[in-house]
Design a protein around this ligand. Structure first.
Ligand code: SF4
Length: 445
């Protein structure tokens, strides 16, 4: 829970001088509580109050960045235990383990393959997020240099020898890899490397208590950006620890555990690994490291992740506009639908299945489906007519027929009126699955 306006007010000077841009300290406190102002706008706040308020304002789970370019991975900064309470903000990073001892060509191919994985689903591009490089000695340093040079995908450097890690970090200068891991044996040296190279540091305990101790030691030694590994590898223990860490950070504001986590699957079998990784994505891994790259496994995991990290209050939606499916021409049909992604992509798939190229007028209904949008008056005759005109559909076709979803057949007459009787409204099938038959058998320009 964040501080209330009254909690903040108690820390302010209470002079009502107005230098912060609002007339009273209480009004300023209220703005701060609503995150509409920042503390530095009050030039009179004391150092003690600044320390108290800044600490309280810090997120319960720190945002950690791994990598340094456009593919950087951000994890943490979550605020709820359950997605329906608000949303989850930073999707679990999926990393694939790579053995640094592989022959160079194989190593290079595997790193490239990780960076190249890409799935399109409901209009979003889903990719993997990190290479977890494991190895020893000189081979590890060489492999780190190769990975840093070859790929923009963030690196997790898995090696517990501070001397080797130091060399690997020099080879990855500017790439901001995640150092894995500080343990009871090496925490001071690893924390020093984290500070020197400005790289995040994973700390691994043998249980939650030792993990909290290590977290405090690493921070005291200058490592500010941590990722937590409870050390568990057996699925039930991982799940219990992940849940306990999230609860401690959010419910108790327990700072030593206020960081995102990293987990490793423990099996070589892809099916077992998929089950484990999907579980960890659901609760509450910041990064999950897998060993296999079966396409079906990756598709499963990125799909699970996409669903869990979709804001439940904001349906996935596409931009409104006039879309082309296939290569439509002036005699092609014109269909109308809403911008709810699942609706649009279902329609798109069914139009493609018909093999009849078509134009689709997509109306912004704030990501709601046809019937919901109609019931909420976001998919009315007036709105559809306005979009048909705005997208200049008439300039694309030599006919004047507009196919509307069968569920909103009731809009026909009004829509023809709104379009000045220039267009004939054709009632299409009630379900998208009827589109192929409809377009093949009933459509005539
Ligand atoms: S500047 Fe500070 S002291 Fe002055 S009104 Fe604003 S909060 Fe109060």
């Amino acid at each position: 829970m964040g501080l209330t306006g009254l909690d903040i007010f108690k820390q302010l000077p209470k002079t009502n001088c107005g230098d912060c841009g609002v007339p009273t300290c209480l009004a300023f406190a209220m703005k701060l509580a609503q995150k509409q102002a920042s503390l530095d706008q009050c030039p009179h706040v004391s150092e003690e109050a600044t320390a108290a308020l800044s600490g309280a304002a810090a997120p319960p789970i720190k945002l950690i960045t791994v990598g340094a370019d456009e593919r950087k991975l951000e994890v943490g900064n979550e605020t709820v235990l359950f997605r329906h309470e608000e949303t989850f903000y930073h999707p679990t990073g999926i990393a694939v383990a790579v053995d640094a001892a592989l022959p160079e060509a194989e190593l290079s191919a595997r790193i490239k393959a990780i960076g190249d994985v890409s799935f399109e689903r409901v209009g979003q591009t889903l990719t993997l997020n990190a290479v977890a490089l494991k190895g020893e000695g000189e081979a590890f340093v060489k492999a780190a240099a190769l990975a840093a040079q070859q790929s923009a995908v963030p690196l997790i450097l898995v090696n517990e020898d501070p001397a080797v890690m130091g060399e690997a970090l020099k080879a990855c200068a500017g790439k901001r890899p995640l150092i894995y891991a500080a343990t009871a044996e090496n925490v001071d040296a690893m924390a020093a490397l984290s500070k020197e190279h400005n790289c995040p540091l994973a700390v691994r305990g043998s249980d939650l208590s030792s993990l909290a101790d290590l977290s405090e030691k690493a921070q005291a030694a200058g490592a500010a950006d941590l990722v937590l590994d409870s050390g568990a590898r057996e699925p039930a223990a991982v799940l219990a620890n992940e849940t306990a860490i999230r609860r401690a950070a959010l419910r108790k504001r327990f700072r030593p555990l206020g960081f995102p986590t990293i987990v490793f699957t423990d099996g070589a079998d892809p099916l077992e690994e998929t089950q484990q990784a999907a579980t960890y994505i659901a609760k509450y891994a910041g990064i999950v490291v897998i060993n296999n790259m079966e396409p079906w496994e990756l598709l499963t995991l990125v799909t699970v992740r996409q669903n869990i990290y979709t804001d439940p209050q904001k349906p996935i939606q596409i931009e409104e506009g006039l879309y082309e499916i296939g290569s439509p021409d002036e005699s092609s049909p014109v269909l109308v639908t809403t911008n709810f992604s699942l609706t649009y992509f279902t329609v798109e798939g069914d139009v493609e299945a018909s093999r009849v190229p078509a134009w689709v007028v997509v109306v912004d209904t704030e990501g709601t489906s046809v019937l919901t949008a109609w019931a909420a008056e976001k998919f009315t005759a007036e709105i559809i007519a306005e979009k048909v005109k705005a997208f200049d559909v008439a300039s694309k076709v030599n006919h004047r027929k507009l196919v509307i979803p069968g569920h909103v057949a009731v809009l026909s007459g009004k829509l023809e009126d709104e379009l000045s009787q220039e267009w004939k409204i054709v009632v299409g099938p009630r379900e998208s699955s009827g589109i192929p038959t409809f377009l093949r058998t009933s459509w005539e320009a």
